[in-house]
Design a protein. Sequence first.
Length: 364
Amino acid sequence: MSHLETMRTVLVIYTGGTIGMTRDKVSGALVPLDFAQVAKHVPELAHAGIRVEAVSFDVPMDSSDVSPRHWRSLANTVAECYNRFDGFVILHGTDTMAYSASALSFMLEGLQKPVIFTGSQLPIGIPRTDGRENLLSALMLAAHQTDGASTIQEVAVYFGNHLLRGNRSHKESAQSLQAIVSPNFPALVEAGVDFMIETSTLWRTPPTADGLQLHSGMRQEVAWVSLYPGMPLDLLRQTLEWPDLRGVVLATYGSGNAPTSQVLKDLLQKANQSGVTLLNVTQCGHGGVHPELYATSHMLAGCGVIPGHDMTTEAALTKLMHVLALTDDQGQIRDMMTANLRGELTPQDRSRAEAHGPAGAAGL
Ligand code: ASP
């Protein structure tokens, strides 16, 4: 077999983002380049021992403009090219990378190959860019195999020397070169002199699954409401009374707490009874919802609000969009939202609930 035949092949899907931007000479603003120009700044690509092909969005974009329509196009491209490549790297702006990575993790069920998002905080053409290392390491991890199979078999994000599970990722900093973090789950790989692969953290599709399945539906009739002290409840009422509304991610305090307001309770109960799915996630940067701990969150559970455990808001929103596109059945929606579909949540630890006593006992 020739060297070329054994070479791994990776498809780069270029969507835009800072990694492929340059400064416009007239306005001074950062504007997108095409992938051929990006590749020119990374001559090491030719020596990485990987056959790289690339496709681009017609117009490379800032990730603030990425929407479910673009997630669909990315997922379709992966599905269509799945058998021809060993892995996929998606170059994407960092601002909404965690949303796109989370969405693709739900849209692509049964992955047995890597789909790795990466980008950079500094454009590829400037001397201190983080884009070159991010791109090269993402490519190498997309081509990485163990015992003849892809080492990474899920949607992931490579950033700042770490490979993170895509639906656990979150953009934490507008400044740091370690901008993307995984608050509630360890890194899959730490890139030092070697790639330190945390084998026990890698997601594996159950052997019973039947190949790659594409779920391109995403219901967009969802809202994200973050509670704050003094929030006029009329704001929430107006959102909940939107006739098309199918689901709401409620970002609550601490381990999933909300004010003990009868008006709030009535609003949530009414929405729940009219078939709106309500999901509780924490506003905190780390940790999750533990409805057994405080009476304030017990009230939410009583209104039919589903605990989102330790999902990031990005995972919670995109999972809700995905699940609502699959079924209208309230029982199935609850089961899927609380199940660990793609490694996006840590099922609740019963021992913790037991250690804290019965629901409501901990007081306010
Ligand atoms: N605004 C850019 C984007 O998300 C930021 C970046 O890529 O880092 O497209």
